[in-house]
Design a protein around this ligand. Structure first.
Ligand SMILES: O=P(O)(O)OC[C@H]1O[C@H](OP(=O)(O)OP(=O)(O)O)[C@H](O)[C@@H]1O
Ligand code: HPA
Ligand SMILES: [Mg+2]
Length: 189
């Protein structure tokens, strides 16, 4: 976290650095490419807004190793202004295209309670994809409340609310380059 950035005073500690994210994204892309070497193409479905940074970097990393990718986005929300899941997932933007017969990889920033992904996988299951797999940059293994099959995981992190690299608290902090824990005072404002 560069000293002097606008939010530097709000950060308690960085838990995943920009450099660690870059190296892990490259590693995940290599793995996904190797596991899908026979695919004509992969359809990446980024889950907005949180996954925007990871989707952009993961797609570029896959571009170095293949196969070709196409990009789609869904926007869903369950956290709203708070720091715990409402459990109610709202679709703010649906897929624009038919995914029948496609090899789909859902790209998430974080699996926390798992409620968003569990809901999303059920939603996508009925749409005729040839396969649906998940890559997530972050996972909180001690917070997951539903059984989930997440094939590719970047980092397992502690059960603390984190921000940065796409992740927000009340829509702020998404633009930070690292993943960090906020000072408790920020939540009491
Ligand atoms: O495993 P869960 O407990 O369901 O949490 C994970 C989800 O929550 C966040 O989205 P959020 O609802 O905050 O929307 P956003 O991506 O627009 O910030 C995050 O981006 C994941 O999609
Ligand atoms: O720790 C988190 N931070 C930000 N958004 C989130 N959505 C689920 N968990 C988190
Ligand atoms: Mg959010």
């Amino acid at each position: 976290m560069a000293e002097g950035t606008w939010y530097a005073g709000d950060i308690d500690r960085v838990i995943v650095t920009e450099e660690q994210i870059r190296a892990k994204t490259d590693e995940l892309a290599k793995q996904v490419a190797a596991d899908h070497a026979d695919a004509d193409s992969l359809l990446l479905v980024g889950v907005l807004k949180g996954a925007l940074m990871f989707m952009a970097d993961f797609a570029r990393a896959l571009g170095r190793y293949g196969p070709p990718v196409e990009l789609e986005f869904m926007a869903v929300s369950s956290y709203g202004q708070g720091s715990s899941s409402s459990g109610v997932v709202r679709i703010l933007k649906d897929l624009d295209r038919d995914i029948t017969g496609r090899r789909v990889i859902v790209v998430e920033d974080i699996v926390d309670s798992g409620l968003t992904l569990s809901w999303l996988l059920k939603y996508l299951a009925g749409r005729g994809a040839a396969s649906i797999e998940v890559v997530t940059l972050l996972r909180k293994p001690d917070a997951v409340r539903v059984p989930l099959d997440v094939r590719y995981v970047g980092f397992d992190i502690p059960t603390e609310f984190v921000v940065g690299y796409g992740l927000d608290y009340a829509e702020r902090y998404r633009e930070l380059s690292d993943v960090a824990v906020l000072k408790p005072a920020v939540y009491q404002r």
